[in-house]
Design a protein around this ligand. Structure first.
Ligand SMILES: NC(=O)c1ccc[n+]([C@@H]2O[C@H](COP(=O)([O-])OP(=O)(O)OC[C@H]3O[C@@H](n4cnc5c(N)ncnc54)[C@H](OP(=O)(O)O)[C@@H]3O)[C@@H](O)[C@H]2O)c1
Length: 303
């Protein structure tokens, strides 16, 4: 990565340009999202729920790959600048929501990376940010799953964190017992085997969580949208068109009716990655999130 750059640290120091809200202005990439202090937006009893995706212009968040059994995030779109922002968002969470799929992918060696926060030195400042606010070293983990096919060994790297599995009331009792026998707290939050987003959120609020970062894929995001519990979406749009005919987009599930309108609250342009393309860093909130008619954010509200 980085033709024309002397190295990774130089690449990471290149600024992004805020396009919205006006006035247009350059900002350092590092700290761009950490400044949003999402932990302080949640309250006991009402956690702040946010999600994040990286997508191509033609809407691909994951594609089929010949050598892999599962869909994977396209290597064309992944880049260290977006990855840094992903880590900054995780740094502000006291809980991550992921899926059974992630752990099955990780058993196959096909998961994108370890669950955040990443252990790299480059993220030391994010760890410091957490400890300055009294947050645990790492966010806890909630795994959404109907099948409960979660390979136990893949949880071992995360045993220092609290791990929950969230499932429906009719989930397989034998699998529930196995998880519980292995120290996992199982939360039932839905009739049948599917999780209802609102019920899950109420349960997680009862456990005291304040900032919940959904890092799973389209089925989990759809579940959260359906229950109208998403407070904010961070969307990196790489200026690339990938094509292909087997891919995932942001959301998968029955039609959302009415369509969930999203209000743009921030937009930056990052011309430095992916190379030969660039990316837009967009931030959305549900349209009816506050009063439904709030004016555009003031420049000081969002960097
Ligand atoms: N580009 C990006 O930013 C980005 C972000 C995230 C993911 N991805 C990629 O997207 C691809 C596709 O992910 P995916 O199709 O596997 O979707 P997903 O939504 O991440 O995971 C689907 C799994 O989540 C569980 N689940 C979802 N909704 C549920 C509900 N309401 N109740 C109970 N369980 C529920 C189920 O687990 P069980 O099967 O265990 O029941 C289901 O199989 C992956 O390759 C991933 O790497 C890309």
């Amino acid at each position: 990565m980085g033709v024309g750059y002397q190295g990774m640290s130089e690449l990471m120091q290149m600024p992004v340009t805020r396009l919205f809200p006006s006035p247009q202005r350059d900002f350092p990439l590092e700290g761009l999202y950490l400044d949003h202090d999402l932990y302080s937006k949640g309250h006991t009893g009402k956690p702040f729920v946010y999600s994040n995706f990286i997508t191509s212009l033609d809407g691909r968040i994951a594609i089929a790959s010949e050598a892999r059994a599962t869909h994977v995030v396209p290597t064309a779109t992944t880049n260290p600048r977006d990855w840094r922002l992903y880590q900054e968002l995780a740094g502000q969470a006291d809980l991550l929501v992921t899926s059974g799929r992630y752990f099955r992918q990780s058993l196959l060696g096909e998961a994108q990376d370890e669950l955040p926060l990443g252990s790299r030195q480059a993220f030391d400042d994010i760890r410091e940010w957490r400890s300055a606010r009294g947050l645990a070293q790492q966010p806890d983990i909630a795994i959404m799953s109907s099948s409960l096919k979660i390979p136990l060994a893949t949880l071992d790297p995360y045993r220092a964190r609290r791990i929950y599995v969230v499932t429906g009331e009719e989930a397989d009792p034998g699998r529930v017992a196995t998880l519980q026998d292995n120290g996992i707290v199982v939360i039932r939050a839905g009739s049948g085997i599917k999780v209802n987003g609102r019920r899950m959120l109420d349960e997680l609020a009862r456990h005291g969580y304040r900032s919940i970062y959904a890092i799973a894929g389209p089925a989990v995001f759809h579940t959260l949208l359906q229950s109208r519990i998403v407070d904010r979406l961070y969307l990196t749009i790489t200026q690339q068109i990938l094509g292909g005919d087997s891919y995932d987009t942001l959301s998968r599930g029955e039609l959302l009716e009415p369509a969930r309108g999203m209000r743009l609250i921030g937009l930056c342009h990052d011309p430095h990655a992916p190379i030969d393309a660039g990316q837009l860093l967009a931030i959305f909130e549900p349209h009816n999130h506050t009063t439904g008619s709030r004016a555009s954010p003031a420049p000081q509200d969002i960097p």
